[in-house]
Design a protein around this ligand. Structure first.
Ligand code: 0RA
Length: 650
């Protein structure tokens, strides 16, 4: 093969043909390598390149990663790592290592430089995949004092071979020549047919999390498509401690201290940071494996949870906060108000579950469990004041849990006493077949009245809800079960609530949230969604929860009234009908029954937005992060959720 050919011909030798076939395979089935060719896959290209730079940082050789979306839509990633090696590659001679990294599948790894190579999920497939899916890739490498350059075109075909184009600039601080890698790629529009439009917010959130997970590593993000855009810089010296502080920033701390520990196994490592706030949520644990959010949890979370419960109970008993006769705290009591980050790194992560975001490696569980048992106990002994505050909070949570169970049983008994146990305000449908029954949850009595008049009473039930239901994110269960609006909702659905919820018993297979398009409406919709996410999750998982979309504008054409869903629809319409005047519809209450039916409820013409479980998994994280935070974020949530599912989808 290569050894008895001239160098120029050698690049067309057997290895090289294999290489091109490899890249061709990526172009044939991009989904296998990057998940999809939609926005998720498009963003995946950036993650792929940046992961390589982060690997350099984890190996201790890189401290700054600059990401820029260029004016022409291409993306440039620059790092100050060691630079991709430029020498001839032993196995693929006469190709250089840099050419191999860019053209051979799975060759991105550090060839035998000790330590274990970590890679996450679909990640770690290598930069060659980015090359395969781009019309053009430019690479510049500063290494050995020289600046090198090579380019590729048309899905990874070598264009300009690796050449030295000059000396690397001298670093002012060290007096040494700069090292590092810059990769710029132009995604192929033939592959990414849905469009090449990077979402800056998606990039920013991701790099912020990466900055939290890699203490001291600095990220710059520039969006050169937008002249107004100001560079965003993320860098956290405190790493995941700062992450905990960030998640707690809008919450009241139970104490200021943020606990932290780290431990290593044979070829895996764990780092944990934790603190408690005065809130009532018990799902503030966020876990990551190799920098990837494990939204569905997994072995690392299991290990942490069981050690947390065990350790706190043992501590409380040993310090006489819990008496011999007392029942142990349950895990949820201890987790109330807890914010924790669990970050593990391991050589071969197994990602499982519906959204491939659950860590399956069993060995990680014992590592995390052992580390938490030992180090959390130490931390508690060293922080008696904080430990006491936390144990007292757990004890109040336990009391509230017991009270909530009693309250729930009372609701049950009421169900039994009142026959069907349906709330007075509910205008039920006649059908008893859940599969064809729908319940509209309508904000306000006047809109509720129109909806009752408008509905098809065979299949459509109407439940008007007054004012704002309790924010379930903040309120304890106990109080929630005393709220009349919440009780009506639970009774109407008829399938229990929380852990006792049984989707098989749901009286409707469509729950349609109907609220105004204004700020108040979006608030109540957020509250209702939170309620379903937290207390009736199987309804969401089953795809039973929908958001109605009442139109924002109407216009008249002769005698006919035409409704337009939103600004996009309005603008599209005005392009075809220049003289139209638009009325902005103020609220559901202003529509009469006919209008409401026609625009929003008629199954033939309505638009319902289904809240999917995939969204829910990610939305739940968004909830945890955003809810209880500033009002602006909360407002954004619903917009994001309804209008830009793509953001959640990534
Ligand atoms: C292979 C081996 C080494 C580093 C890299 C690849 C590398 C790849 C990328 C991609 C973007 N930035 C990167 N930085 C480094 C190890 C180099 C050595 O041992 O000196």
């Amino acid at each position: 093969m290569a050894e008895n050919s001239a160098p120029e011909e050698a690049s067309y030798g057997a290895d090289q043909i294999q290489v091109l076939e490899g890249l061709e395979a990526v172009r044939k089935r991009p989904g296998m390598y990057i998940g999809s060719t939609g926005p998720t896959g498009l963003h995946h290209l950036v993650w792929e390149v940046v992961d390589n730079s982060v690997d350099e940082a984890m190996a201790g050789h890189c401290s700054l990663i600059k990401v820029a979306v260029k004016a022409d839509g291409s993306v440039q990633v620059e790092d100050d790592g060691r630079g991709i090696p430029v020498g001839v590659h032993t196995k693929y001679a006469p190709l250089t290592a840099a050419e191999v990294v860019l053209t051979v599948l799975h060759a991105g790894g550090k060839f035998g430089d000790g330590g274990y190579k970590v890679s996450g999920g679909l990640h770690g497939v290598g930069i060659s995949v980015v090359n395969a899916l781009s019309t053009k890739v430019d690479v510049e490498i500063d290494r050995d004092g020289k600046r090198h350059r090579m380019t590729f075109k048309d899905g990874g075909k070598p264009d300009e071979a690796l050449t030295v184009i000059g000396d690397s600039p001298i670093n002012d601080e060290t007096g040494e020549p700069r090292t590092g890698t810059t990769v710029r790629f132009w995604p192929d529009a033939e592959i990414f047919k849905e469009g090449i439009d990077y979402n800056t917010q998606t990039l920013l959130s991701r790099f912020q999390i990466m900055a939290f997970l890699n203490a001291g590593l600095e990220f710059w993000v520039d969006d050169e498509r937008d002249p107004e855009f100001e560079r965003k810089i993320h860098r956290y010296e405190g790493g995941i401690r700062d992450f905990v502080a960030h998640l707690n920033r809008a919450k009241e701390a139970l104490f200021e201290e943020i606990g932290h520990f780290a431990d290593q196994g044979v070829d895996e490592e764990v780092e944990v940071a934790f603190s408690w706030n005065t809130g009532y949520q018990s799902d503030g644990i966020h876990s990551f494996a190799n920098g990837i959010a494990t939204i569905e949890g997994g072995m690392h979370e299991q290990g942490f949870r069981s050690a947390l419960t065990r350790t706190v109970n043992a501590y409380a008993k040993d310090h006489d906060y819990l008496k011999e006769k007392d029942d142990n705290f349950q895990g949820e009591d201890i987790r109330e108000g807890l914010t924790a980050i669990i970050s593990v790194r391991l050589a071969e992560p197994q990602f499982e579950g519906q959204t491939k975001s659950k860590l399956g490696n069993v060995s990680v569980r014992s590592l995390v469990e052992k580390a938490t048992n030992e180090r959390l106990r130490e931390w508690l002994e060293e922080h008696p004041k904080e430990a006491k505050a936390m144990v007292f909070k757990a004890s109040r949570a336990a009391q509230a849990r017991i009270a909530a169970t009693q309250a729930r049983q009372t609701i049950r008994r009421k169900d039994a006493l009142d026959g069907a146990g349906l709330p007075g305000k509910l205008a039920d449908c006649r059908s008893k077949d859940p599969a064809e029954s729908e319940i509209y949850i309508v904000e306000g009595n006047s809109a509720g009245g129109s909806a009752k008049e408008a509905r098809d009473s065979h299949t459509m039930a109407i439940l008007p809800i007054r004012g704002k239901i309790l924010n379930v994110e903040r309120a304890r269960l106990e109080r929630m079960f005393k709220n009349t609006e919440v009780i009506s909702l639970i009774q109407a659905i008829g399938a229990g609530v929380g852990e006792d919820f049984d989707v098989e018993e749901a009286r409707y297979h469509k729950v349609v949230l109907l609220a105004d398009a204004d700020v108040d409406g979006s608030h109540i919709r957020t509250l209702l969604l939170t309620f379903f996410f937290r207390q009736m999750r199987p309804m969401v998982d089953a795809g039973y929860v929908y958001i109605a979309q009442p139109p924002l504008y109407s216009t008249k054409v002769g005698k006919n009234k035409i409704y337009l869903k939103d600004d996009v629809a309005r603008i599209a319409y005005s392009e075809e009908h220049p003289n139209a005047e638009y009325q902005r519809l103020k609220g559901l209450g202003e529509m009469d029954a006919d209008e409401l039916w026609e625009t929003t409820m008629d199954p033939e013409t309505r638009t319902l937005l289904q809240v999917t479980s995939h969204q829910a998994a990610i939305a739940d994280e968004v909830f945890s992060v955003l809810m209880g935070d500033d009002v602006e974020s909360r407002k954004n949530f619903i917009q994001t959720n309804a209008d830009d599912v793509r953001f959640l989808d990534i």
